[in-house]
Ligand binder design. Structure first.
Ligand SMILES: [Zn+2]
Length: 294
């Protein structure tokens, strides 16, 4: 594992590392290696700074499918977890003011744990999920309306949804622009696009660098910052209402976390960063609220 920050490279070395994979955000063809992990590289667009995985030499689709299948029971467990239930209720309250057609879309709904709460709140729920085993759980066990496949194959009514929601999904996409464009299309004028993803420009990245568990070019093909996430939304036509961040980590995985009193000290050391992250957009989790103009 090594980190090759752009500013650390000589112009000659940078020229040598240029690639021609086009940037999904700005369409630029000039990139440089941002970092290497698991023998795969993250590239950074020289035009707009967007960071994405070089997928040319790895079967990322098969890898992701396996990971998601392995995590299926964890996702199912979220349905009944009190912590998730509380978070879901708080989130759903935020969407209430958008309710007009009553149609709610979740992009990448996994096993349907959130979507089932969407339905319980009185929305007409629609989910899109490409991993068949996850989608089938939502369809067969929870009776949810889920399309097995991607958003572009779902054939949804244009301009019909109040909310298009995605949580921990867009970082898995090779071409997020296609999905954000599609979300724009199916939302009604005045409808809300909500996305929650990993923030590369975070304290966590500063503290952990490539050791960060979520920094994984096999799985997280697109790594956003508040600026690139905003640029994606605006490129699709959305008006960005709000960007929020939260979350700071000092340790690469849960197993690395200290225990007992050391844990308490760790939390105290973390508190000022956690507070600051809510104000300076350096939290490791970004959320965007963007509206389709009326
Ligand atoms: Zn770019």
């Amino acid at each position: 594992m090594r980190w090759l920050g752009c500013t650390m490279m000589s112009p000659r070395a940078a020229a040598k590392l240029m690639h021609n994979l086009a940037c999904d955000l700005c369409g630029g063809g000039q990139t440089e290696i941002f970092a290497v992990k698991h023998d795969l590289q993250y590239l950074r667009c020289c035009g707009c700074g967007f960071v994405f995985s070089d997928t040319s030499s790895f079967d990322f689709a098969a890898f992701n499918k396996q990971i998601i299948e392995d995590l299926r029971d964890t996702h199912v467990g979220k349905l009944a977890s009190p912590r998730h239930l509380k978070a879901y209720r708080a989130l759903l309250k935020r969407f209430e003011r958008y309710r007009q057609t009553g149609r709610f879309l979740e992009i990448g709904c996994s096993t349907g744990s959130f979507l089932s709460h969407v339905r319980s709140a009185g929305w007409q729920e629609f989910g899109v999920e490409p991993v068949e085993s996850s989608a089938l759980h939502g369809i067969e066990q929870l009776g949810l309306n889920i399309h097995i496949g991607t958003l572009d194959t779902a054939v949804l009514d244009v301009g019909s949804f109040d909310v298009a929601y995605s949580n921990a999904v867009i970082e898995h996409l090779e071409h997020p622009a296609d999905v954000i464009d599609e979300a724009f299309k199916v939302l009604r004028p005045g409808g809300l696009f909500f996305a929650d993803t990993v923030n590369l420009e975070s304290y966590t990245w500063r503290f952990l660098g490539p050791r960060w568990k979520l920094f994984d070019p096999r799985m997280h093909l697109s790594l956003f910052s508040p600026a690139t996430l905003r640029a994606y939304c605006e490129k699709s036509g959305f008006k960005v209402l709000r960007i929020e961040t939260h979350g700071v980590r000092f340790h690469a995985t849960r197993a690395d976390q200290p225990r007992g009193f050391a844990r308490v000290l760790d939390e105290l050391r973390k508190a000022p960063y956690s507070w600051a992250a809510r104000h300076n957009l350096k939290g490791d989790n970004i959320t965007v609220y963007a509206e389709k103009p009326s």
